[in-house]
Design a protein around this ligand. Sequence first.
Ligand code: SAM
Length: 280
Amino acid sequence: MSGIDNLPPLRAVIATHGLAAKKSLGQNFLLDLNLTAKIARLAGDLRHADVLEIGPGPGGLTRGLLAEGARKVLAIEKDPRCLPALAEIAARYPGRLQVIGGDALTVNPLAHLTPPIKIAANLPYNVGTELLVRWLTPPDWPPFWDSLTLMFQKEVADRITARPGSKAYGRLALLAQWRSDPRIVLELPPEAFSPPPKVHSAVVHLTALPAPRFPADPATLNRVVGTAFNQRRKMLRSALKSLHPAIEDILTSAGVSPTERAEQVGLEAFCALARALDAA
Ligand code: SAM
């Protein structure tokens, strides 16, 4: 039995339920319950929050979240083989764990959650970035979640937290940093997982800001940033020329040098440029 909840250790759970990891589902499991409890603590005070977990698998992080006091965990898991193992955890924590068997890209969890809501997940690599982009681009802001605590490949974590001038800087950094405060809070070597992935991983904690850091229309900002980074090594006046015939004047009026390259331009300048384009 494990010290945190008197349930069997995760290796035994995996053996009992025949949960050999499937590469197609991005399955790299965390088996150390002290580590999953630590990740749960990085999500903040869970006692008054509902937690949405994507991809609970055999339930390592789920058990961490519940042991750390989450008011409720709603877990969405695509692999039906994991559901009996998750039912055992639900029985240990009556009324606090709800499991939905299905694809997180199509299931809408909102009807089952009460604010404040936190999202915590060791994300399947194949859908992680897509889910993050969706959570960062809801129709209205603030979003339904207060914070995201997410495991990514280290390279993706670097792209989320990158600053201008670095190789990792691009659309994902601007999207994340415009309306949230992303930080890498834990780095993990491949051996922390079973089976070990090829690359290092990192947990990123993102807190939703009450309002965007700088005003801009979301669709215009997205278009400007997407177009600029499509040709990141070109000067902005040529990378952005498809956006407006007078792009050079618009760049100058926004205080951005037309000869700058996208990777040197900060968030505030991109927002000024989006506003100037909308006003042109
Ligand atoms: N949370 C567990 C842990 O930390 O050990 C498992 C993490 S594993 C990296 C990713 C999990 O996401 C797997 O259990 C996999 O079956 C599940 N998964 C993959 N694609 C999914 C999807 N589209 N929707 C929901 N779950 C998915």
